[in-house]
Ligand binder design. Structure first.
Ligand code: DGJ
Length: 708
């Protein structure tokens, strides 16, 4: 039974494959967290909801003993609340008590709903728990309902709070960075106080990613207890890890309360994004594999099905200098190489010759494409490739017909200048007419042209987030309404054009999260296409998100960093660890390079299901030394791919032995480049010796099961 209820003690437990999550109602009808750890199938083993009481003299009842499931700001509660609200009479104190519960199966997953209500006011709070048994994950989200008639002002509505066992010495792992340096792993000891990871920029952001992992200070890639979580939200978000001297550690998260408020009219509801949480004893690697499986099975769109195709993107080859002729020439080269999807990036529309004009005018530029897009699309199809196109729908240049016609469609304050970034302003997706315009424009583009793929970009964060037509009480809803509007437009487009796949991009990897992944098939990981820098960006990305979604290009050398000149094979091996793309100027590639690229693309196609659908093992980290090793293992363990990349060669040091993981111990494997057949046990125990000579050398080793 995945959801068990003990009626007498009023407690629930959610039973995953290897974990239990438990909560219960205490003597004052408050909902408390009880346990999140290794499986405890016997309900009697769980502590009573009041067990923690009275151990903390000189502390209020809402103090360190009170690990509330959904803490509201009221009474003597001083930590990060999930909920802060003002009632119509000005009372700003919320007291939630247990009301009701229900368990059922929703889309094949067990779901528990617990309803709370305020002691006095008609505010209902429904907490949802969706259990993914196989992945040992719980998705939590909350719906608030104003069951009265007078409006309630919401000032903070987070999705959920996760509690860790009382203790000290915890370590927080999170992903932070910048443009061209996204999702880098940071690890630090949790000390008393509050560490806030957040975005206040309107998008998920390059600077922090809505993911956390906490361990007891000793977890490794393959061993140790890790509690972790990720938010399904692509706008302002917040994850606050709060620790106190009594050893309490709570992690609360959801849409950011900064500059947020929501006017909840009588009869209305407000739904938070989902905050996924999990526990594993198998270290950071076990955590990531569970997250990857969950995203592949339960998050990513099911249509269009199949592996992610190898794509070519012309951005770094042509930038804004796009023309039918130039793109057709690139398409011929891409097709020779075995590329499956040809994508035209920025510059195909309006007066878009650089980044100062045209955004918003999504009509094909007649000088660049005198025969419309149709002729190029036909050409691309005749070469055996699908066609894809770049758009940036949420934005407008001041120098565009759309802005000249609708200057009031962008976020702005009437008395303030409209700050431009990359010469553009952000459209107000809280407005119905803007959402409608975006949907009909994109619907037309996809109906009139045979397009299989859209790269949806978003190149600047918000500023002056004003919505002058709205009442003062609703102004601060824009942060949430923008994301809801974006999701709504994407959802409608996917329903109307189920064959079209989407890529989420935000000036590189500024919009990578479980929310956008419900509506997009892949993510542009970073504008940094340097194959060595990418190893660190990709390593961090893989903490939370699966390889299938991680778009990686083979670019021309020296694009980004100190003119680094990596060999083509190294560039490929770095990019083959996710969804493979090519982004170089193919017109400048030699015949030998094109031929080598063709061989590597073919090789990738032969192994991509293992990479895109398999289990990933981070064997050697680019953070720890001169060698990076990453391995992928098919779910049935019959195949595995191992990438080993060397940065500098120093002091004639050999590559350390690499120990593959996740193989079937008793099976026999053939290893490319080696004579002997070896058992899984030997490969994992004795390891693999790899010879890599020279700087930026790399290899890809395939392990194939040949018997048992
Ligand atoms: C930012 C993206 O990350 C790039 O790949 C490219 O699409 C440019 N925008 C185009 O303006």
């Amino acid at each position: 039974m995945p959801v068990v209820f003990d009626e007498e003690r009023r407690l629930w437990s959610l039973q995953g494959q290897a974990t239990t999550y438990a909560l219960g109602v205490d003597g004052e009808a408050r909902l408390r967290h009880l346990y999140h750890g290794p499986t405890l199938p016997r309900l009697e083993d769980l502590p009573a909801p009041d067990a923690d009481n009275a151990r903390f003299p000189f502390e209020p009842p809402e103090g360190p003993a009170a690990r509330y499931e959904y803490p509201a700001w009221g009474g003597m509660f001083y930590r990060e609340p999930c909920l802060k609200a003002t009632f119509p009479d000005g009372v700003r104190d919320v007291r939630l008590v247990f009301d009701d519960h229900a368990a059922r199966t929703e889309d094949g997953a067990p779901q528990l709903t617990i309803s709370l209500r305020d002691l006095h006011y008609p505010l209902l709070v429904r907490l949802y728990y969706r259990l993914f048994e196989e992945e040992d994950l719980v998705e939590r989200w909350t719906v608030l309902e104003n069951a009265g008639r007078a409006p309630i002002e919401l000032e903070q509505v987070l999705s959920a709070t996760w509690h860790l066992p009382r203790g000290h010495g915890y370590r927080l792992t999170h992903l932070a960075g910048k443009w061209v340096g996204e999702t880098l792993i940071h690890r630090e000891v949790v000390t008393p106080g509050k560490k806030v990871l957040e975005s206040r920029r309107g998008n998920t952001s390059h600077h922090a990613n809505p993911f956390f992992a906490v361990d007891k200070g000793n977890a490794t890639e393959e061993w140790g207890e890790v509690w972790f979580g990720a938010l399904a939200w692509s706008g302002n978000w917040k994850i606050a890890a709060e620790h106190d001297a009594h050893g309490l550690l709570q992690i609360s998260g959801g849409a950011n309360d900064f500059d947020f408020s929501w006017h909840l009219e009588g009869g209305e509801t407000f739904e938070t994004p989902a905050f996924l949480g999990g526990y594993t004893r198998e270290g950071f690697g076990g955590m990531s594999r569970n997250l990857h499986r969950y995203a592949r099975k339960h998050v990513l769109p099911k249509e269009p099905p199949g592996p992610r195709p190898v794509l070519y993107n012309s951005w770094e080859a042509t930038y804004f200098d796009v023309s039918e002729e130039g793109q057709a020439a690139l398409a011929e080269k891409a097709a020779q190489m075995g590329v499956e999807l040809f994508v035209v990036d920025d510059g195909w529309f309006g007066a878009r010759n650089d980044d100062t004009a045209g955004l918003g005018d999504w009509r094909v530029n007649p000088e660049k494409f005198p025969r419309g897009l149709g002729a190029l699309i036909q050409k691309v199809h005749s070469l055996g490739m699908a066609f894809g196109l770049w758009v940036e729908p949420e934005m407008v240049n001041r120098d565009s017909d759309l802005y000249r016609k609708h200057p009031d469609w962008v976020y702005h304050f009437l008395t303030r200048p409209r700050t431009e970034s990359r010469n553009q302003l952000v459209l107000n997706l809280a407005k119905e007419e803007v959402k409608e315009h975006l949907f009909s424009m994109l619907d037309r583009l996809l109906s009139e042209n045979d397009i299989s793929f859209i790269k949806w970009d978003m190149n600047r964060p918000f500023s002056e987030p004003g919505w002058p037509e709205a009442s003062a009480g609703r102004q601060r809803e824009v942060w949430v309404r923008h994301v809801q509007g974006l999701y709504g437009v994407l959802r409608r487009l996917r329903e109307a054009h189920p064959g079209v796949a989407f890529e989420s991009c935000s000036g590189g990897g500024g919009r990578a999260d479980l929310g956008i992944m419900r509506l997009t098939d892949q993510v542009w990981t970073s504008d940094n296409t340097d194959p060595f820098d990418r190893l660190s960006i990709q390593e961090g990305y893989s903490m939370a998100y699966p390889a299938r979604t991680m778009m990686c290009w083979v670019a021309d050398p020296g694009q980004w960093t100190e003119n680094r000149r990596a060999p083509l094979s190294y560039r490929f091996h770095s990019a083959m660890m996710g969804s493979l793309g090519i982004g170089g100027n193919l017109l400048e590639w030699s015949d030998e390079e094109l031929a080598e690229a063709r061989r590597l693309v073919e090789r990738y196609m032969g192994i991509r299901t293992v990479i895109q659908e398999g289990n990933q093992y981070r064997l050697l980290s680019p953070r720890d030394g001169d060698i990076t090793a990453v391995q992928y293992v098919a779910e049935d363990r019959s195949r595995s791919i191992l990438f080993v990349l060397r940065h500098p060669t120093r002091f004639q040091d050999p590559v350390p032995t690499v120990y593959p993981r996740g193989l079937a111990e008793g099976s026999l494997y053939r290893v490319t480049g080696m004579e002997d057949i070896r058992s899984g046990r030997s490969l994992m125990g004795w390891g693999v010796e790899v010879l890599l000579e020279g700087d930026l050398a790399s290899t890809m080793i395939e392990l194939t099961e040949v018997g048992g």
